[in-house]
Design a protein around this ligand. Sequence first.
Ligand SMILES: NC(=O)C1=CN([C@@H]2O[C@H](COP(=O)(O)OP(=O)(O)OC[C@H]3O[C@@H](n4cnc5c(N)ncnc54)[C@H](O)[C@@H]3O)[C@@H](O)[C@H]2O)C=CC1
Ligand SMILES: O=C(O)CCC(=O)C(=O)O
Length: 410
Amino acid sequence: MQTSYPRQDIKVLLLEGVSASAVEVFHRAGYSQVELHAKSLPEDELKARIGEAHIIGIRSRTQLTAEVLAQAKRLIAVGCFCIGTNQVNLGAARLAGVPVFNAPYSNTRSVAELVIAEAIMLLRGIPQKNAQCHRGGWAKSANGSYETRDKVLGIVGYGHIGTQVGVLAESLGMRVIFHDIETKLALGNARAVSSLDELLERSDVVTLHVPETPATQLMIRAEQLAKMHAGAMLINASRGSVVDIEALATALREGKLAGAAVDVFPLEPKGNDDAFVSPLVGMDNVILTPHIGGSTLEAQDNIGIEVASKLVRYSDNGSTLSAVNFPEVTLPEHPHSRRLLHIHRNVPGTLSRINELFSAGNLNIDAQFLQTDSEVGYVVIDVSADEAQANALKAQMAAIPGTLRSRVLY
Ligand SMILES: NC(=O)C1=CN([C@@H]2O[C@H](COP(=O)(O)OP(=O)(O)OC[C@H]3O[C@@H](n4cnc5c(N)ncnc54)[C@H](O)[C@@H]3O)[C@@H](O)[C@H]2O)C=CC1
Ligand SMILES: O=C(O)CCC(=O)C(=O)O
């Protein structure tokens, strides 16, 4: 059967150097119009380009705000080729009938390994020693250098990354404590503490693994840094908004903290050609990395495959399994029917209006799937109809008040 909208006409726009593995997945599935950009786009260009795209793929830099999404008239889905989805206005996307997919685990291990490497480097004072050697200095001394063994690692946010960090840290002999807003199963000998304050007071190294939410915004400010013991260290590979970076710079300058490793910043350059500016630049005891916690070839390759496959599946079949902002529906194949998708505001009576169209047309519904959340309803109908009938039904469904998006798949 023909798709009502041929795959070769579907425009896929991939930004921020999404892995070539994603392009391969689209090509293999018959999507030939795939455009790949190494950077994020300036807002004006993004607004223009998203207007033409059916599928957009981004990483952490591109902000899909409500204003940007308002230009996305043809958009059927968003792929975040990363874990975090805070860069997308998920509510606005949902109300535009656009599901958002991500890769919740594919770079977990990469972040955890970097954090462990940084904890070791910070405890040994390597950033300072490295900087001095580069300047022709020679600081051979054990002062300020420690083994990881028996040191306390405090993990804030004991989710996928936090738990991996904890497991790796225990294998080095570290003592792991954690703080999370949810009750979490402690792995190995890790122990939950009663509050963030307790964690800050007890830890030699604090590492942050929370998502960006209103509650984690500036979670670590001067007040929290003051609670850490003198000579402690901070690692932030979560989001730049979680730490007050000026307060961190002050704590490091004043010697309250012995070191820090920071991968994420309140303001990050759009791409590799743009300048990086931060109050932490030039501090010998700080490891600065350009948001590469998840940037290993293995992780990027896997993320490309995972997210592109989810996008292709939604585009071809309508399944929203693991969408982060949308009613989830897992759908079987539909070899003998045409499939119609209808996304609408969840108001009483919409489903009966849809069904009336089918009975008025005397068309047999082969299967129907419905999932709703408080705001949005997603109904999928497999019907024995020819192409003209399916397209006519789609047009009638699109005219139902409250319709957000409708499509015919076959
Ligand atoms: N630097 C990088 O390249 C990368 C950064 N990340 C960041 O790391 C974050 C965490 O990733 P995952 O571990 O996969 O997420 P996750 O969702 O598995 O874990 C996050 C944990 O934080 C907890 N949490 C949420 N709000 C909290 C609060 N206010 N106080 C304490 N705990 C809180 C949650 O309950 C959850 O257990 C992502 O949201 C992303 O922002 C993720 C991947 C790569
Ligand atoms: O690799 C990226 O661009 C972003 C990684 C990240 O922060 C995430 O996965 O949430």
